[in-house]
Design a protein around this ligand. Structure first.
Ligand SMILES: [Zn+2]
Length: 407
């Protein structure tokens, strides 16, 4: 059902479309009187209804989840259904769906963990049916590792986040970026001044938002007596119940020291003798299921550019032993321009994901150290980090078609 909207000071058609969760095209079609005129405050526009007007409650539905799925505020949904008890809705209850006011799916509640990633991916898929979600493998504790695809171009770009447990703010930022890209892709509106539809017609983006969910869970929720690795984790953490410094997976292996690219050199440099919060590369490369999954996923997809999201330092790492192609430094400068981060050549590092990707394919691979401070970074850094990594990823999408495929 269409409803009226009164233009406010500062409104543009673009902002109204964003606010009401419809596309610019739908807004223009519903308001033919606007053609060739200027908006003014107090003017009344027609907002077409972007959602079905009724919904029948299915098994397993909750009131909250339905509100989120249709992008309707809880308050609006309650008001539209005065006879319904949200705590006791029989299957088949017919709900009235009031107009959406453009609520977001990804609301980075703190902490933003694995349950949020999986639920938000489902909700994003309902709202943006062009998104594809696949499982690339499982964590040590059996959590499926999701990857989400957006775009339809022949050139593939990959972004992954939260390979280090206490850097989980990167998962929240990656998920929010996927939502913003999806909204822009669907509506045809630009994101950070970039034409997302055009970019995603030549490039396909695959995002793995949380590579180390067991580790993230440990950092966020702490250790319980029932945890299957309870005794070992306490020992590996030096007897402390404070896991805020934990980067590794649940077996105490640093997943970003696990790739077969100078692994022995990294092991000797780190000189860590066994499992722990960070820097233990394992007994050999590629022993951990999370690393095996991302390596296979990378091998099977022929990515042209990869971006691994970490915190912190506001830095861009783009080299590996001189094996990177010349365009890597050009792209690092692009990334620096849009994010304010600093390109850092020649860091002492081996066995990381980007190191391995560059060595294997001689294509541009990047580690982005987002934000600044002590991990896990606080919630107030989220808006800036999200904006900066989105800017970097948009640049990688823009450059990817120029990158020559390696041999
Ligand atoms: Zn890291």
């Amino acid at each position: 059902m269409a409803y009226p909207y009164t233009v406010q000071r500062g409104d543009t058609l673009y902002r109204i479309a964003r606010k009401t969760g419809i596309s610019l095209g739908e807004l223009a079609a519903a308001n033919p009187q606007l053609e060739g005129t200027v908006l003014y405050p107090g003017q009344v526009l027609t907002i077409p209804d972007p959602v079905p007007r009724h919904y029948e409650v299915q098994r397993g539905d909750t009131f909250y989840e339905i509100a989120k799925r249709f992008n309707i505020s809880l308050e609006d949904l309650l008001r539209a259904n005065p006879g319904v008890d949200p705590g006791r809705m029989p299957i088949g209850t017919r709900l009235v769906l009031p107009p959406s006011r453009g609520m977001a799916v990804v609301v980075p509640a703190w902490p933003y963990g694995y349950p949020e990633v999986t639920e938000d991916l489902q909700l994003l898929q309902l709202r943006y049916p062009f998104l594809e979600v696949v499982e690339i493998g499982e964590s040590v504790l059996g959590k499926p590792l999701p990857a989400v695809k957006i775009g339809e171009g022949p050139v593939r770009v990959h972004v992954n986040a939260a390979i280090h447990a206490n850097e989980w703010i990167t998962a929240a930022a990656a998920m929010k970026m996927v939502e913003e890209l999806s909204a822009a892709y669907q509506s045809g509106t630009p994101l950070q001044g970039k034409d997302v539809r055009s970019l995603l017609s030549s490039v396909t983006l695959w995002v793995v938002p949380m590579l180390n969910p067991d580790g993230v869970e440990l950092v966020q929720e702490g250790l319980t007596a029932e945890h299957p690795y309870s005794a070992q984790l306490l020992e590996w953490n030096g007897g402390s119940y404070d896991f805020q410094g934990w980067k590794a997976n649940i077996r105490g292996v640093d997943l970003n020291d696990q790739f077969p690219a100078g692994w022995e050199t990294e092991r000797d440099r780190r000189a860590v003798s066994g499992p722990g919060p960070r820097d233990w590369p394992g007994e050999a490369p590629l022993t951990e299921p999370e690393v095996i999954a991302i390596a296979e996923f990378t091998r099977n997809n022929g990515f042209r550019v990869v971006v691994a999201l970490h915190t912190q330092g506001q830095e861009i790492y783009y080299t590996y032993r001189g094996l990177e192609p010349p365009i890597s430094s050009v792209m690092a400068e692009d990334f620096a321009r849009v994010s304010g981060y600093t390109p850092v050549p020649n860091i002492e590092s081996d066995a990381g994901y980007k190191d391995w990707f560059i060595q294997e394919y001689r294509l541009p691979g990047f580690t982005i150290e987002a934000g600044k401070g002590a991990n896990p970074l606080p919630a107030d850094q989220f808006p800036a980090i999200k904006r900066e990594i989105t800017a970097i990823v948009l640049e990688s999408l823009r450059r990817a078609p120029e990158v020559e495929a390696g041999d």
